[in-house]
Design a protein around this ligand. Structure first.
Ligand SMILES: Nc1ncnc2c1ncn2[C@@H]1O[C@H](COP(=O)(O)OP(=O)(O)O)[C@@H](O)[C@H]1O
Ligand SMILES: [Mg+2]
Length: 271
């Protein structure tokens, strides 16, 4: 479990708190979405998960190991994989398989073990067959899937994605969201996804909403979708179909939440 106990963080001594008393837990097998307006502390939270940042007060533990204890820092880093917003920033290899092998090579693993990990990671994100392709020839969505494969090759128990779909088109976005869902629900990773994608949020097991560095919502996505003022507070707006569904529900019609697409609203009206 990744656990935040009353975590506060400020970037400089005189800066305001970027995170303020955050408590949360992420279990293996769980898909948790983190939402919040710009500057609400989402990226700060993500970078605290694997010890990239050190809490100003409070503690972050990963399976009981303190994220900033020098004795466990490397273990923690190997247990938490990170994927960031811009795929171009994360590419280090000249061909796909070399890029994916970068992490395991730095761990000093034997080459046959690296081969096994690279092959299974590329397969997990649907990039098998493109092993010798130059990364700059990949689509943005493929590049982001390569970044996911690179993180997976480290065999982390937890994965933290900071706006992984922000640079992608709808097709690339859907593919990455499906991967995050499968990694949590089929493969048993604990997955934390910072995202504004309402479709992705709706599929999470739990949503954590941040405002001004504080947790203002922690619960099922349905609870968030039904709470218009909370949605506004965490910087989300519902797609038109979901707004329609909410309005119909408010008039007593039996339309299930969260309804992210028009077809499911229509289907529930015709039942
Ligand atoms: N490297 C940094 N140095 C100083 N302040 C920062 C830095 N990164 C973020 N901040 C500040 O911390 C707060 C939270 O930022 P961030 O975690 O990036 O929010 P989000 O990812 O939700 O947009 C903001 O007020 C932001 O200006
Ligand atoms: Mg951010």
């Amino acid at each position: 479990m990744i656990r935040f106990d009353s975590v506060s963080f400020r970037y400089r001594g005189d800066a305001p708190l970027a995170l303020d008393g955050v408590c949360l837990a992420l279990e293996a097998g769980e898909l948790v979405a983190v939402v919040g307006a710009n500057g609400s502390g989402k990226s700060t939270l993500a970078r605290l998960c694997d010890g990239l940042l050190e809490p100003t007060s409070g503690s972050v533990t990963v399976d009981g190991l303190d994220s900033v204890d020098p004795a466990s820092l490397w273990k923690v880093r190997s247990m938490v994989g990170m994927v960031f917003q811009d795929p171009d920033d994360q590419i280090v290899g000249t061909v796909v398989e070399e890029d994916c092998a970068f992490g395991p090579e730095n761990l000093g693993l034997p080459s046959d073990e690296i081969r096994v990990r690279v092959d299974s990671s590329l397969r997990a994100v649907g990039l098998d067959g493109l092993e010798r392709r130059e990364p700059h020839l990949l689509s943005e969505g493929q590049k982001q899937r390569l970044a996911v494969a690179g993180a997976l090759a480290m065999r982390p128990r937890y994965l933290v994605f900071d706006e992984p779909t922000a640079m992608l088109d709808p097709v690339g976005r859907r593919a990455v969201l499906e991967i995050t869902e499968r990694l949590a629900h089929a493969e048993g990773h604990g997955v934390l996804v910072v995202s504004h994608d309402i479709g992705g949020v709706a599929r999470a097991d739990r949503v954590i909403g941040l405002a001004g560095g504080r947790v203002v919502f922690d619960g099922a996505p349905e609870g968030l979708m039904d709470d218009a003022s909370m949605l506004l507070r965490v910087g989300l707006s519902l797609p038109p179909a979901a707004r329609l569904a909410a309005a119909l529900r408010a008039r007593g019609l039996d339309v299930p939440a969260p309804a992210a697409d028009a077809e499911s609203v229509v289907a529930s009206l015709w039942r």
